[in-house]
Ligand binder design. Structure first.
Ligand code: ZN
Length: 474
């Protein structure tokens, strides 16, 4: 149920735009969120296991909750392994420009139950936390998003708002998005009519600034690296006895070429979002660190060795290659196998030209008799601009969390936002919560858990975000 006291204020608020959202209706300090208990909703949602491939039951639970609370739901695909729906303030056939809150229903497997303090699908509420697989990734976000949207149902009925707002809950994010976001972005985009997508990506973390380790920095993902799986096989067909190894044979060629790729020194390239975030954060630093951060584009290549030493920094300014599979036919131990294969997981910076990257790979492995084959590669996507939607989110974070910094952010893994960016829809990735390291580590691991207090803050962020966008409409 949406909280009446807050919704009641909304029409008045929107007619007096001079009021800041903080004054107007968002949860004030000390004021309890008075709608559905977010912790209980999250707990119940976590209790329905939804490991990728079996999302339907958890999806139906969330869909029913949305529908029973006054949202218009549209189930796009209804299968055990592909359950995707939208829940909106207005029916989609009104075709209003739509603000999309994107969340995924699926979770990764819990692993060994013995590793958990409470059973992984218990949804236990204890120590101020909701515990269980999916508590953070991504069910907390879904709960915060839907409860924020519900704050606007009464207003949407009374007023003809310029935008629709939809929760878009999808399957299969953890397995690449083919059963969820990809289907929506390529088959139902017109019906959904999104003008912006707010999905997962960054979060609020501390420890980034050497001079101010306690300062919380929220990174809003505006772009991400592209993934390319590369296969290296050998055509050297000198199978034979291990006692007289030839000059070239498959396993040796593949291992040597792979080693050359692993040892190759990657070029450093600073993306605009990385350079801008460094520039913004340099404000808090002094001396040489300040100067280095301010001029990162220019200086980064000079500090190449230092930068490549740090895996996290390196992943943000270089194309990375990880050898993720190495195999050959297994015969007798004295028999040289006829073929061998290696697979690399390559992550390309957004500005990298795929053809040039492949040319460079071929040059590096040219001394060996190997074939390079691209198993799959994701197409490029435009960087989402720091325009009105970005600023609406930024403003909302400032008003809820106060003394923080907000930066644009390059995501080095992939998530569902990429499908919408490719379709030209600006997409911003952020879990609106401050995430201490121990909680970050619980994602995809044991004892995943999310603080009840953070649920309330996150709802506030999304409520403010909608408010800011509604008031920005020209
Ligand atoms: Zn996720």
């Amino acid at each position: 149920m949406a909280s009446k006291n807050i919704c009641f204020l909304l029409p008045a608020v929107l007619s007096i735009l001079a009021l800041s959202p903080a004054e107007a209706f968002v949860l004030k300090q000390g004021q309890e969120y008075s709608g559905t208990d977010p912790a209980r909703l999250l707990s119940e949602y976590v209790q329905i296991p939804s490991v990728s491939g079996s999302e339907k039951e958890a999806g139906e639970f969330l869909e029913a909750f949305c529908r029973e609370n006054g949202l218009y739901t549209r189930v796009f695909t209804d299968r055990e392994d592909s359950y995707n729906f939208a829940a909106s303030l207005y029916p989609l056939d009104q075709n209003k420009p739509n603000i999309i809150f994107l969340t995924h229903i699926d979770v990764v497997p819990p692993g060994d139950e013995d590793g958990w303090t409470y059973p992984p699908f218990s949804g236990k509420i204890a120590d101020g936390m909701v515990w269980g697989r999916g508590a953070i990734d991504n069910k907390a976000m879904g709960v915060m998003q839907v409860l924020a949207i519900l704050e606007y149902t009464a207003l949407a009925r009374e007023t003809d708002l310029p935008y629709n707002v939809s929760l878009l809950a999808v399957s299969g994010e953890e397995t690449g998005g083919d059963m969820g976001a990809r289907i929506i972005a390529y088959e139902f985009l017109e019906e959904l009519n999104p003008v912006v997508v707010f999905g997962e990506g960054g979060a609020g973390i501390s420890g980034l600034l050497p001079s101010l380790p306690d300062m919380v920095v929220f990174g809003i993902e505006v772009e991400q690296k592209r993934r390319m799986f590369l296969e290296i096989t050998s055509g050297a067909t000198t199978s034979g006895h291990g006692s007289i190894p030839r000059k070239r044979y498959a396993t040796r060629e593949v291992v040597s070429a792979s080693n050359a790729l692993i040892e190759a020194i990657p070029a450093i390239s600073v993306s605009p979002s990385v350079s801008e975030s460094m520039y913004r954060l340099s404000y808090y630093e002094r001396g040489i660190i300040k100067r280095a951060m301010k001029n990162i584009d220019f200086l980064a290549p000079l500090f190449g060795r230092f930068i490549r030493e740090d895996p996290i920094v390196a992943s943000m300014v270089t194309n990375t290659m990880a050898l993720t599979s190495l195999s050959s036919a297994e015969g007798a131990y004295n028999q040289i196998p006829a073929d061998a294969r290696a697979v690399f997981d390559c992550r390309l910076l957004p500005a990298t030209c795929e053809d040039e990257f492949l040319e460079e790979i071929k040059r590096i492995v040219s001394p060996w008799e190997v074939n390079i084959n691209v198993l799959s590669s994701s197409p490029p996507a435009p960087v989402s601009p720091q325009g009105m939607f970005y600023h609406a989110l930024e403003e909302s974070l400032f008003s809820v969390f106060g003394e923080i910094e907000v930066i644009p952010f390059l995501f080095v893994a992939i998530n569902d936002n990429r499908f919408f960016r490719r379709r030209g829809i600006p997409s911003y990735g952020l879990l609106p919560a401050i995430m201490p390291e121990e909680l970050m580590e619980s994602i995809h691991y044991f004892d995943e858990r999310f603080p009840v207090e953070s649920l309330n803050k996150g709802i506030e962020v999304y409520v403010n975000l909608i408010y800011n966008i509604l008031n920005n409409k020209e």
